[in-house]
Design a protein around this ligand. Structure first.
Ligand code: CMC
Length: 390
């Protein structure tokens, strides 16, 4: 007995008050600091959105220049961190590397880890947002056996990520295509925050113990990895591979309906209407494929799935719409990003959201997170000596 309620999956529990993100799942509305997600994705840059998540408003020109400069300054990583990468097998999943290296950042910045100090908290937020593209690209370069690339001061955030992923030292004039850079930046914006999802709740729970922010973000990355959460974009592509071609769709749909498999990239705990991020992502997907002149049979297959799911009573009755990961996987594939990097990119983008929640938590009074349980084990019984045990 107690004053708590049994609530598996936290379906009915709001453990925090927050001013960062608002979702109306019924209407399919998503606002960051009050700004609608489609307006942000179509007009703002990811770093402006990151600033708004952290500070409450979009930056004015001076604040923007100052924030961008700080991010630029902190994009590089300590040279010793390269050695850390070398400890992993070359075929390690890049998410496995990310969980390790982001947690390891706490070993590099102990002098700024007093979480009761506002300046320390701020510099940590800057460091994390700045270093994520570099670390993410390094995890890819390592798997390829190519040298790590340093971020460049003349490139913006998304350009730098693409440059560090795809350029090599031999390729001094490397330049990304503007449509691709813009699409990459939009993907970052559309994944920046989503209130108390599993990984953000993990960051808050870890943070509630007073753990250092790098460790908290590493915990968020670990939670994001699962296929029900950030791993879904990778799972969408695997599913498309498994289906193979449009004529196999009806057979696959039968498996979905008999609950043998889930249609990855569909459904959401909160949205019971079209995911507003998916809408923007779908438009971006068309732009990228148009600009690159790609006519991908995977896309044709994805569109066939989308059409059936939007019309079939099984999906309609359960309000299962395509979510953000359904389209982001297709765009990333078109850009040439390997599937194993999809969730890493999600984690890069979500870092601004995670750290905003961590900062919000530390600027207001909070309690350690400590859920209760419904105990269903043995009741009281007496100890039995080993020789007398059955
Ligand atoms: N395919 C087929 N059936 C589904 C799916 C799906 N993707 N999602 C939900 N359902 C069914 C489910 O079987 C249940 O049916 P019934 O009531 O007859 O048993 C009903 O819809 C309600 O589903 P639920 O499992 O109670 O919903 P949930 O809120 O617990 O799960 C979810 C939400 C996102 C985990 C789930 O929809 C899912 O696994 N989707 C596929 C994975 C995916 O795309 N995840 C990315 C989410 S968006 C990005 C992010 O936040 O990371």
């Amino acid at each position: 007995a107690g004053y708590w309620t049994y609530d598996p999956g936290f379906m009915a529990t709001a453990p925090v008050e927050s001013k960062i993100t608002f979702i109306d799942g019924g209407k399919g509305e998503l606002l960051h600091r009050g700004y609608p997600i489609d307006q942000l994705a179509n007009n703002a840059e990811y770093l402006e959105v990151a600033y708004a998540l952290i500070h409450g408003d979009l930056p004015n020109a001076e604040q923007k220049a100052d924030f961008y400069e700080k991010i630029r300054k902190h994009m590089g990583v300590h040279d010793q961190l390269r050695k850390f990468f070398e400890g992993f097998r070359r075929d390690a999943h890049p998410m496995a590397i990310m969980v390790g290296v982001v947690g390891a950042l706490s070993a590099f910045y102990h002098e700024n880890l007093d979480i009761s100090n506002e300046e320390h908290r701020e510099i940590t937020a800057i460091r994390l947002i700045a270093k994520m593209p570099t670390l993410a690209a390094m995890s890819y370069k390592y798997s390829k056996g190519e040298p790590f690339m340093y971020p460049r001061n003349d490139f913006n955030y998304a350009e730098n990520f693409l440059y560090m992923m795809f350029a090599t030292p031999a390729d001094v004039n490397y330049k990304t295509n503007d449509v691709i850079t813009r699409a990459m930046d939009k993907i970052f914006t559309l994944h920046a925050d989503h209130e108390q999802n599993a990984s953000t709740s993990t960051v808050r729970l870890a943070g509630s113990t007073g753990a250092n922010p790098y460790a908290c973000i590493a915990a968020g990355i670990a939670a994001l990895w699962g296929p029900s959460h950030g791993g879904a974009n990778e799972a969408v592509l695997e599913m498309l591979d498994e289906i193979g071609s449009v004529e196999n769709v009806p057979e696959f749909m039968e498996k979905v309906k008999s609950r043998e498999v889930k249609l990855m990239g569909f459904g959401h705990r909160v949205y019971k209407n079209f995911d507003p991020r998916a809408q923007v992502m779908k438009e971006t997907c068309d732009e990228v494929l148009g600009a690159l002149g790609i006519n991908d049979p995977k896309l044709e297959l994805a569109m066939a799935l989308e059409k059936i799911a939007l019309e079939d009573p099984f999906f309609v009755e359960r309000n299962l719409y395509p979510n953000v990961d359904f389209y982001s996987g297709i765009i990333l594939k078109a850009i040439g990003i390997p599937t194993s990097m999809f969730t890493v990119i999600f984690s890069l983008a979500r870092t601004s959201g995670w750290i905003s929640h961590w900062l919000e938590m530390h600027s207001t009074p909070f309690k350690i997170g400590r859920p209760r349980q419904l105990y269903t084990g043995e009741t009281h019984r007496d100890f039995v000596k080993v020789e007398d045990r059955k």
